[in-house]
Structures are given as structure tokens and as C-alpha cells.
Design a protein around this ligand. Structure first.
Ligand SMILES: Cc1cc2nc3c(=O)[nH]c(=O)nc-3n(C[C@H](O)[C@H](O)[C@H](O)COP(=O)(O)OP(=O)(O)OC[C@H]3O[C@@H](n4cnc5c(N)ncnc54)[C@H](O)[C@@H]3O)c2cc1C
Ligand SMILES: NC(=O)c1ccc[n+]([C@@H]2O[C@H](COP(=O)([O-])OP(=O)(O)OC[C@H]3O[C@@H](n4cnc5c(N)ncnc54)[C@H](OP(=O)(O)O)[C@@H]3O)[C@@H](O)[C@H]2O)c1
Length: 277
């Protein structure tokens, strides 16, 4: 637990019976870039139970905000869902991730493509003034199964877009979409893009590698589908270590942010030579 600091929950908001936001105090020394994640955890019988979570709050905010999803009983997601204001949480000392503005080649438009809780890192990016210095237009497409899964929808449409001093005014285009119940817009992101519906609605040309850049965040299946689609439009992914690319996705968890593995029980007897481990 030494690589985590003890923080407190200052707010919790449930969007539906699975999705919720947790706001915590911020470790004074924690630095992160918009799009980054940190390790978020709880102590469980003197053991650390922690998983990476994207920071949804802006880099300048004095607090940290996370968007999380409940998982089966006794897993971290279910324990986080039960948190109350004042409860302790553990926040990793290091941040990281591959959803960084600096990993994209210069372009005109930035497409942020998210499903479910995958919108979390983009909530930080759309509040980053540097994003609006780098791109003329930022298109945030958020796809959820149900309307209630469109977390922060009212915040994005009203508060953020309405702020007088905010560069996002006019530059941020928000496209919420739902797949399993009626809503003003329906369909998967892949469908909206392939059918040309997204481009038509926004009055923008189809995706092209000359001007368009993208970031992708969602489950593995969603990520693979969206990355294949972007490749089909000619956009090229930034290699794991290399120059900036046309699009990026979250590649995973470097050792620094991974929770320490549980100690293994001592072996009772030596394994016979040649035996399978
Ligand atoms: C770099 C990175 C950043 C992440 N950021 C976030 C984040 O901001 N918010 C967040 O909720 N999760 C995020 N995750 C996932 C998170 O780390 C854990 O998987 C989650 O906290 C559940 O942990 P668990 O131990 O309770 O269950 P796990 O054993 O990890 O998962 C149990 C089951 O729940 C599913 N599941 C896990 N997370 C989700 C989810 N978010 N939505 C739908 N199904 C899910 C898994 O596919 C699995 O079937 C991130 C993962 C990575 C690698
Ligand atoms: N930084 C990070 O890496 C980070 C941060 C936050 C979250 N996450 C990850 O984000 C994921 C969120 O879960 P989720 O995406 O499964 O959310 P979800 O809430 O289950 O949403 C899935 C949505 O995506 C659609 N979808 C499913 N398969 C698709 C495909 N192949 N192509 C296009 N759309 C598809 C679904 O449509 P249908 O209803 O038609 O199936 C549904 O609307 C989790 O795995 C979490 O770990 C990662």
C-alpha cells in the first residue's frame, strides 16, 4: 500500500444501479495529464484491492473524480459502489496512460469515441484548455446501453457548453447515443460512423487522416471494433513507443499502476523435476 495515499470520499453520485461517480480529496503531490489514469483502491483485510481508473476531473481541479462501474459482489467495483461520503480510499501516487493529446499528430478535429464508463478520460480532456488550442473542433461521441448510462450528459450540454469564458463553446460537439432503449439518437458508434449519419448530423466531412484525429475508450471488443473502423478510414494508430499518430487507445496498465500481487503461500514440497508448473 506504500505506493498509495489515503484520501477521503467527498461526494458520490449514482447514475443508475451500476454506474456511479466518486469524488475524493486529491493527494497534494499527484500530477497527471488529462486522459491519464491512476490506481484507485480500498484496503481489504490489510491487503490493497486496487484497479486503474481514469481521472474524470480536470488537471487543475483540487479534487479527483472517477466514473466507475459496479462489478460482481466482493470485487472492487461493488465495494466502490457502496462507498459513502467520508469513507477512506487509496489513490496511487503515479499516473499514466496512452490517451494523451501529445501522442496525436496535429489536426483540425479530435474525435473522442467512448462507450460506458470509457467516457471518463474524455471528461478530463474536454475540460483541458490545451485540447482547444490543439484542435478547432472536438467531437465527443458517448454510447451507452441506456439513457441513464449517459453520465454527465446534462453537465456537458448545459454547464460546460454555456460557460462564457470557455473555449469549448462552439468548439465542443457532443453526440450522446443509446443502443437499448428509445432516445433522440440511437445506434452504436460504429453504425453512426459507417452509415454517414454522424458526419451528416455534424455537417462535417467523413473521417480522413489529413485532418482528423481520434481517441478510443471502451471494452476490448468495442476498442477493437473502433480501431478497425478508424484504420479503414486510413487513420494510423500511434505505435506503443514512437512518434505521434492519427489515433490512440488505452493500451493497459504499466507495472507502476498495477496493484501488487497477493503473496503466494509457501510451497509444501519441492516440485519433482520435469513436472508441469
Ligand atoms: C487503464 C485502465 C483504466 C480504467 N479506467 C476505468 C474507469 O475509469 N472506470 C471504470 O469503471 N473502470 C475502469 N477500468 C476498469 C477497472 O480497472 C476495473 O476493471 C474495475 O474497477 C472492476 O474491477 P473489479 O476487480 O471489481 O472487477 P474485474 O474483475 O476487473 O471485472 C469484473 C467484470 O466486470 C467487467 N467490467 C469491469 N469494469 C467495467 C466497466 N467499467 N464497465 C463495464 N464492465 C466492466 C469486466 O469485463 C469483468 O467481466 C480501467 C481499466 C484500465 C486497464
Ligand atoms: N482508460 C481506460 O482504459 C478505461 C477507462 C474507463 C473505462 N474503461 C473500460 O471501458 C469499458 C466500458 O464498458 P463497455 O464499453 O462494455 O460499456 P457498456 O456500458 O457495456 O457499453 C457498451 C456499449 O457499447 C456498444 N457496443 C458493444 N459492442 C460493440 C461493438 N463491437 N462495436 C461498437 N459498439 C459496441 C453496446 O451496444 P449494444 O447495446 O448494441 O451491445 C453498448 O451501447 C470497460 O471495459 C472498462 O474497463 C477503460
Amino acid at each position: 500500500m506504500h505506493n498509495h495515499t489515503l484520501e477521503r470520499v467527498t461526494n458520490i453520485r449514482h447514475w443508475n444501479d451500476r454506474l456511479f461517480s466518486v469524488t475524493t480529496t486529491r493527494p497534494p503531490g499527484l500530477r497527471f495529464e488529462s486522459g491519464h489514469y491512476v490506481s484507485l483502491g480500498l484496503a481489504a483485510q490489510d491487503q490493497l484491492q486496487a484497479r486503474p481508473h481514469s481521472v474524470a476531473s480536470a488537471t487543475r481541479d483540487p479534487y479527483l473524480e472517477f466514473l466507475s462501474h459496479a462489478t460482481p459482489a466482493d470485487t472492487l467495483g461493488s465495494r466502490l459502489q457502496a462507498l459513502r461520503v467520508g469513507d477512506p480510499v487509496l489513490v496511487g501516487r503515479q499516473s499514466g496512460g496512452t490517451l494523451r493529446l501529445s501522442d496525436l499528430r496535429p489536426g483540425k478535429r479530435l474525435y473522442l469515441l467512448a462507450t460506458g464508463s470509457g467516457v471518463a478520460p474524455f471528461l478530463s480532456i474536454i475540460r483541458d484548455p490545451q485540447a482547444y488550442e490543439a484542435f478547432d473542433t472536438i467531437v465527443l461521441v458517448h454510447c451507452a446501453r441506456e439513457v441513464s448510462g449517459l453520465a454527465y450528459r446534462h453537465y456537458i450540454t448545459q454547464a460546460l457548453a454555456g460557460r462564457q469564458d470557455w473555449r469549448a463553446r462552439g468548439a465542443l460537439r457532443y453526440v450522446p447515443t443509446v443502443t437499448r432503449e428509445p432516445f433522440e439518437r440511437q445506434g452504436r458508434i460504429t453504425t453512426l460512423i459507417h452509415s454517414g449519419e454522424l458526419a451528416r448530423e455534424l455537417g462535417l466531412p467523413p473521417l480522413n487522416p489529413e485532418h482528423d484525429r481520434a481517441m478510443v475508450c471502451g471494452s476490448k471488443t468495442v476498442r477493437e471494433a473502433l480501431c478497425a473502423m478508424l484504420e479503414g478510414f486510413g487513420l494510423r494508430c500511434r505505435p506503443e513507443a514512437g512518434p505521434p499518430g492519427d489515433y490512440v487507445y488505452e493500451r493497459g496498465t504499466p507495472a507502476a499502476a498495477r496493484p501488487a500481487p497477493a503473496p503466494r503461500p509457501p510451497r509444501r514440497q519441492a516440485m519433482p523435476a520435469g513436472a508441469a508448473p
